[in-house]
Design a protein around this ligand. Structure first.
Ligand code: SF4
Length: 403
């Protein structure tokens, strides 16, 4: 009997940007356009040589992220996607996403070529509807370019479009954020990602953080709660801490990350979780090109994770989603009782941070605001249970088990 092919997501990292944004700590480089052709060839070669390892899988999501994938230009993007479609078994209904910045995604002809090649979802980095805010954080586009890019994408046949926004920007008021959100909803996207600004060490914004007029934690929290409520009223349902979608338009690729699905990443800094091995490539563009060409080492991480050791991740990632945690799945997957978490979860429920409905536990919007603390509490319970089991096993007492 034939066994069904396992689903697999592919992530392709495009580490080029026209200019670095003031808050950005992703692996991306400006001023390296001269390496775009070599990089495209290296990616195609790497995808080709990896394909036999995915022979038992069907690719059901492909995600080109960055950096700024649209900055690579449609010819190179099509070349990479064609390689994937030729070398991998790709589902007819696969979700194929291109991250794009509004300044490099307004060309209708290019978008049509991308749509024709198989891309069927665009994720646009809008970030704000206010040109002054965009300039302040070093974005190279304007709100007019956002509108033009959305119109061009729709005309090119993209019926699945997402916008990224950031709240908590320098000098941003609650009213300003509300106006940004309204402007985004006016563009009728199918999906929205709304992230609170994090000031990461090593970024230009970090250096000037004290004079940047950054909203405080309470103001950011108000913006977040406003967002959840506002978007719900316009038919965008929250399905993850920072992600909202019309029904059926959730990002299938990102859902893989949160549900421990398998994915293989390509490019410097890309992560993979494939065949029980978690690995990542060095954040080194030239090193990656050389690695593919000459077989020199490119990995920065390479860990085999036995399925039973994935309980921590399962809890952490599950609590980010609105579907939350299914106790039965936990017990079947990890052979341990979920009831160990109930005293803690009940406390969270009483404080309005968590709810139990339809046989699952999930956080409320108020709970998402303190998700790090709640996840920390859950991991403490898990660690205590493991300690108890280890001690019992050392005593030769094997009664500590699921039933
Ligand atoms: S466009 Fe995105 S990846 Fe590039 S510098 Fe700005 S935030 Fe970073």
């Amino acid at each position: 009997m034939k066994t069904a092919a396992k689903p697999l997501g592919l992530y392709v990292h495009i580490p080029f940007c026209k200019q670095k944004c003031a808050y950005c700590d992703f692996y991306s480089l400006s001023g390296n356009e001269g390496l775009m052709d070599d990089y495209t060839d290296a990616l195609c070669a790497h995808l080709t040589e990896t394909a036999p390892f995915a022979a038992g899988h069907t690719v059901d999501t492909v995600y080109f992220g960055g950096g700024t994938p649209s900055y690579l230009g449609e010819k190179r993007l099509v070349q990479i996607l064609k390689t994937i479609l030729k070398k991998y078994r790709v589902d007819r209904h696969a979700e194929i996403t291109l991250e794009a910045n509004p300044d490099s995604a307004g060309d209708q002809k290019a978008l049509k070529a991308l749509r024709k090649a198989g891309f069927n979802r665009v994720s646009l980095g809008m970030q704000s509807a206010c040109d002054e805010e965009l300039r302040e954080i070093g974005r190279v586009h304007t709100m007019d370019q956002v509108r033009a890019a959305v119109e061009a994408a729709r005309k090119a046949g993209f019926d699945n479009l997402s916008l990224d926004l950031i709240y908590g920007l320098p000098h941003q008021t609650q009213d300003r954020w509300a106006a940004n959100l309204a402007a985004a909803v006016d563009l009728a996207p199918d999906h929205l990602s709304c992230y609170g600004l994090k000031v990461e060490e090593g970024t230009p914004l970090y250096t000037r953080r004290d004079d940047a007029g950054l909203p405080g934690d309470d103001e950011q929290a108000d913006m977040y709660l406003y967002t959840v409520d506002y978007l719900r009223r316009f038919g965008y349902f929250q399905y993850e801490i920072s992600n909202f979608a019309r029904t059926g338009r959730e990002s299938r690729h990102n859902l893989k990350y949160w549900t421990l699905g398998e994915y293989a990443g390509f490019g410097p800094g890309a992560h993979s979780d494939f065949g029980d091995v978690r690995y990542a490539y060095e954040k080194d563009l030239a090193g990656y090109i050389r690695g593919v060409r000459e077989g020199t080492p490119m990995l920065s991480e390479n860990d085999r994770i036995p399925p039973m050791d994935r309980d921590t991740e399962w809890l952490m990632l599950g609590l980010r989603t609105v579907r939350g945690l299914d106790p039965k799945v936990f017990e079947q997957r990890f052979r341990r009782r979920f009831s160990m978490f109930l005293p803690f979860l009940t406390q969270c429920e009483q404080a309005g941070y968590a709810v139990y409905e339809e046989d699952r536990w999930h956080l409320t919007p108020k709970g998402f605001l303190v998700s790090n603390q709640i996840i920390g509490g859950m991991l403490d319970v898990l660690a205590e249970d493991k300690r108890r089991r280890t001690e019992a096993a050392a005593r030769g007492d094997f009664r500590v088990r699921l039933d």
